[in-house]
Each structure stands twice: as C-alpha cells, then as structure tokens.
Write a protein that binds this ligand. Structure first.
Ligand code: FRU
Length: 489
C-alpha cells in the first residue's frame, strides 16, 4: 500500500493500547462474519504474518489495527488452530514501539538455538518483521523501514523484542520490507527474502541476528505495475519428482484484475541467487481478492505440504468495503502443489483436506437449487468447457454470474449486492483461461466471498461480494449433475 498517503500517528499511540493478556478472545457478532474463513476478533486486519507450525498448533499472526476498522498503526494479532479452519484468538503478540509499527514478516522455530535466544531443549519461536517508523516517514527520510526480531519461549503466548533491534538497517530505500525467513538445511543457513521496491533482495544469516546480502532478483522480470511486497521462497516437487524453487511476490497495484495480486516465479536457488526458468508472468490466483499470501514454516516432514493463506482483499477498496465491527478475512487455507503441464511447471492451489470435515452431507441436483446455509460448497463437471454458467441470486435480484461463453471465462459481480463503495469493484472480470480446458469447478461460498477452484486447483478465482441478503438460489447451465454441501460447523 502507499504509506505516504496515510496520515500517521506517532508511536505514542502504542502506549495507549491496553495489553490484554487474557486468553482466548471471543469474536464479535457480525452479519458479515464468515463461518469457514479466518477473521480478526474485531477491527482491521490485513496480511497474514508469522505463519509457523509448532507442537500441534498452526500459528497465524496478522497485520492488525485493534482500534479501528481501517488501516492504522500496525500490530501483530495472533490466533492458533489445530486444522487451519477453527481458530482460537489469542492476545496481540507484537505492539508498536519506539522503532515503529510492526509491519509484515515471518516466524520460525530456531530448532538449533542459533540465535541464543532460547535453548536447544526449548527452542525459541522467532518473529522477523519490518519496523515502519512513521516519524522517519513524516520527516521525509528514506530509511524508515528496518527489520527487527522478537522471540517467544512459551509457544508464541508472550513475546520479547530483541534488545539490539533493528537487526537489518535500511540502506536508504523507501520500500524495504516483509522479510520471509527459512532455515535451509541444504545450505546450513537462514535465508531471508525481502521486498525492496521493484525487486527482491536475498540475505543469509547463521544466527537470525547478523545478515549478509547475497543477491538481488527481479528488477527486469515479472509484473511491475506496482510495488513488490510480501515474498516467499520454497521448494516443491512436481508429479514427475522434479524439484523446483518457487518464489511468490505480491504486487500492488498492477494485478490482472486491478489493484493487488500475487505473482510467482519458478526456477532454481543455490543458497545465494535465484534464477527463473523462463520469463513468463504467472498469477497465483486469477480473482481480485487474494493478496500478500505466504506459506507456513516448519510443517513436519511427515506431512510435507506447502500450506498457504492469503489476505482476501485488495488495497484498491479494502478500507471501504461494507463492514460493521471488523474488516477483512483470510482466504481458505490452500495447499500449493507443483504440476508439470504441457505449458511447463505451474503452481496449483488446492483447498486443504482439513476443510472436508466441515461438510458432511451432499445433495445432488440438476439445474436449480434452493440454498439455506450461510456457507456451502458446490461442485460440478461441465459438459462443454466453452459454454456453461452458474449463478447465485436472491429475491432482491442480486446476482453473481460465473460463466464460460465462447471460450471467455467471466466472473461478474456488477449486480452482486453493495458495489458502489468503489468504482472498480462492481465489474465483470473476464479472465483468460484459453490455455486450459475447464472440466470441473468447485466453488466455496461463505457469506461475502466466492473461491472458484477450476480443475482441482489448476486455476483459482477468489472474489469478494456483499449481497444485502444471502443468495438463496443457484442456477446452472451446461453442467452435468452438481453436488451441494452445506456447512456442518
Ligand atoms: C502488504 C503491506 C506490506 C506491509 C503491510 C503493512 O499488504 O503493504 O508490504 O508490510 O501491508 O500493513
């Protein structure tokens, strides 16, 4: 986002926040609150942060402003889950301090206690984040974003900031943020990838405290319609057993549907530099509302999945979408898989299997279905890839129309309900899927969002909608039998 447009409050604000140390926080009652998606207990949320798995818990930290439903001085909110679907809200993990707001970043378990912040018997959970100093920004400095660390010795419940922060100073670059850190066993070192304006900088460290610059990537590759943010770098193996490195880079604006989106690169990484296999621009999600997503650290090898969550919004309208006392949700958790296709390697997104247990009944139908549930999934096989449609509507005439017509796939939310809060929201998105053959569609609907998975994850379209009343009817054309499953939660 463009921080220079935001009127910043001084960090004194931080002191005004009460540090609530009580355990689980009950979420507010809101007609917008989805049933299956992660949302903050109240107020503003953006990017997922510090995603790490430890001792049976998926930790999700997130960009949080606990005093308003619009963006403000950033904290790290915190929640834990055993399955990435049902979450317990925990007290705020990181508060702004003298060095600035707490912007996006990552968390790791320092298993070998390389940082010396814990012990090997009781390894520290270490968060690596960006300090955004609003005072430096107001003074017109360029070096107001630096990287800091904090650690927890009690499974993320309480946090200490490192005494000598920042651990990475800013060399004088306006956008210098969102560190994603991983221990890379084959290189025996920590690797940090950082979003630096229009490229990625790669750093390495032995101890999470002292960082050495290794290389830069991407200044002349990929999409560049906006600033680069929230990167990730990890290895995936395709179905033929070939291993590749994948780099995620979010970009805002400059996404294919306007505003924010996440692109990815496939290539090789040797512990110092990342090189892509080709120069194509690839998008992780083809809808308007999946941004700043990254993957969980420290998933046990026996599980082996690369698990992803994105922020289900878009900076173009995120702060003005209809809301009552909270704003924004995360996408459903997805497994990222590498598939070798006739177009080469691609990253596909599949909803995690943990979601299945929330749907335990199925109704088959042909053309039309009355809906009563607030969240449900609809799946079907199409008869003609180039000519089918599905729409969701209510008695007010509000409708979401998803179709493939003469080979053009479209997601039309122009009549979907509240749309006039921002001029770019209520539009029909035409999405170029000419390079694939659509066979199956699975759509998760959850109050204010639709997530369309095409061909078991070959393509995904995530979009927000704000109907005044829930859609209560599904109509289908050009589709073989469909299956409707209401949520059982
Ligand atoms: C992405 C982003 C990050 C930044 C954070 C601030 O949505 O702009 O680059 O760290 O949000 O809240």
């Amino acid at each position: 986002m463009k921080f220079n447009l935001i009127i910043t409050l001084a960090t004194v604000f931080a002191l005004a926040c009460s540090q609530n140390q009580s355990q689980e926080i009950p979420p507010s009652i809101s007609k917008y609150r989805p049933l299956l998606h992660f949302t903050p207990p109240a107020n503003w949320m953006n990017d997922p942060n510090g995603m790490v798995y430890y001792e049976g818990e998926y930790h999700l930290f997130y960009q949080y402003y606990p005093d308003s439903t619009v963006w403000g001085p950033m904290h790290w909110g915190h929640a834990v889950s055993a399955d990435m679907v049902s979450w317990a809200h925990l007290p705020i993990a990181l508060y702004p301090d003298d060095l600035g707001y707490i912007f996006s970043g990552s968390a790791v378990i320092d298993w070998k206690n390389t940082s010396g912040l814990g012990t090997e018997q009781s390894p520290p959970m270490v968060a690596i984040f960006t300090y955004h100093d609003p005072v430096g920004l107001e003074e017109g400095r360029l070096d107001f974003q630096t990287q800091g660390i904090a650690y927890s010795l009690d499974k993320g419940r309480t946090w200490e900031k490192y005494k000598d922060n920042p651990v990475l100073e800013n060399p004088g670059i306006f956008d210098f943020r969102d560190p994603k850190v991983s221990w890379m066993e084959e290189f025996q070192k920590w690797i940090m990838i950082l979003a630096v304006k229009d490229h990625i900088s790669i750093y390495s460290s032995d101890d999470l405290i002292n960082w050495i610059k290794e290389s830069d990537f991407g200044e002349s590759l990929g999409a560049h319609g906006g600033v680069w943010e929230c990167p990730d770098l990890f290895k995936l193996k395709n179905q033929k057993g070939e291993e590749k490195w994948v780099m995620l880079v979010s970009i805002n604006p400059g996404g294919p549907r306007g505003g924010s989106a996440t692109q990815y690169f496939i290539g090789d990484f040797d512990g110092e530099t990342f090189q892509t296999d080709d120069e194509s621009i690839r998008w992780l999600d083809h809808g308007a509302d999946n941004y700043a997503g990254v993957t969980w650290a420290d998933i046990p090898e026996a599980d082996g999945r690369r698990l992803f969550v994105g922020w289900m919004s878009n900076w173009q309208y995120a702060q003005v979408v209809p809301a009552d006392d909270f704003r924004s949700a995360m996408t459903l958790p997805r497994e990222l898989i590498l598939r070798n296709t006739k177009r080469g390697n691609e990253v596909w997104s599949v909803p995690v299997e943990e979601i299945d247990k929330y749907f335990n009944s199925e109704v088959s139908f042909q053309n039309e279905m009355e809906i009563t549930a607030d969240a449900y999934v609809v799946s079907f096989e199409v008869t003609d890839a180039k000519n089918f449609s599905i729409n969701f509507s209510n008695e007010l005439g509000e409708i979401v129309d998803i179709k493939s017509e003469a080979g053009i796939f479209s997601f039309d939310r122009s009549q979907s309900g509240h749309v006039d809060f921002e001029e770019g929201f209520g539009v029909k998105h035409e999405i170029d899927f000419a390079d694939i053959t659509i066979q199956t569609i699975q759509i998760f609907v959850d109050k204010t969002s639709l997530e369309v998975f095409v061909n078991d994850g070959e393509r995904v379209v995530t979009e927000l909608v704000f109907p005044q009343e829930p859609y209560n009817k599904i109509m289908l054309k050009g589709v073989k039998e469909a299956v409707y499953s209401p949520i059982a939660k």
